[in-house]
Design a protein around this ligand. Structure first.
Ligand code: FES
Length: 143
């Protein structure tokens, strides 16, 4: 059901934890399962110099976030912004269809962290339910 790459990233997830003094933090909730993902980024010279994540998500969410952090580390902010859920799933050699929604958390949390870094968004959607700037159909907040 899961590729070796998914299992590897699930069993040995990269870049787990928090970043103190992060330049950007993004939190998203997955409306389908109620799981939560938080991503921290450090940026210098327009590059993602460090990135870490924490999640209450399932194994697929852990694996996708782990590979997503590897994919964007060292990349420019713009390149990181262009990371798609599909690219994350593909980098893992695919995910079972029922688990595709789990892969949304990584790219979405990363985008929020970048928005936060760029000052596009001062509050995380999940931390303030009264200030939704946009309502993403697929993702809600469950905290
Ligand atoms: Fe919630 Fe996978 S079941 S992230």
């Amino acid at each position: 059901m899961y590729t070796d790459k998914v299992m590897d990233h699930f069993e040995n997830p990269r870049n787990v934890g928090e970043l103190e003094g992060a330049d950007g933090v993004g939190t998203v909730g997955n409306a389908k399962c109620g799981d939560i993902m938080k991503m921290y980024i450090k940026v210098a010279d327009d590059k993602i110099t460090d990135i870490k994540f924490k999640t209450f998500g399932c194994g697929a969410a852990i694996a996708t976030s782990s590979i997503a952090t590897e994919l964007v580390k060292g990349k420019s902010v713009k390149e990181a912004q262009e990371l798609t859920n599909k690219a994350v799933a593909e980098a893992l050699g695919g995910l079972p269809p029922a688990k595709m929604h789990c892969s949304n958390l990584a790219a979405d949390a990363l985008k929020k962290a970048i928005d936060n870094y760029l000052g596009l968004e001062t509050k995380n959607e999940c931390e303030d339910h009264h200030h939704h700037e946009h309502n993403d159909f697929d993702h809600g907040c469950s905290i």
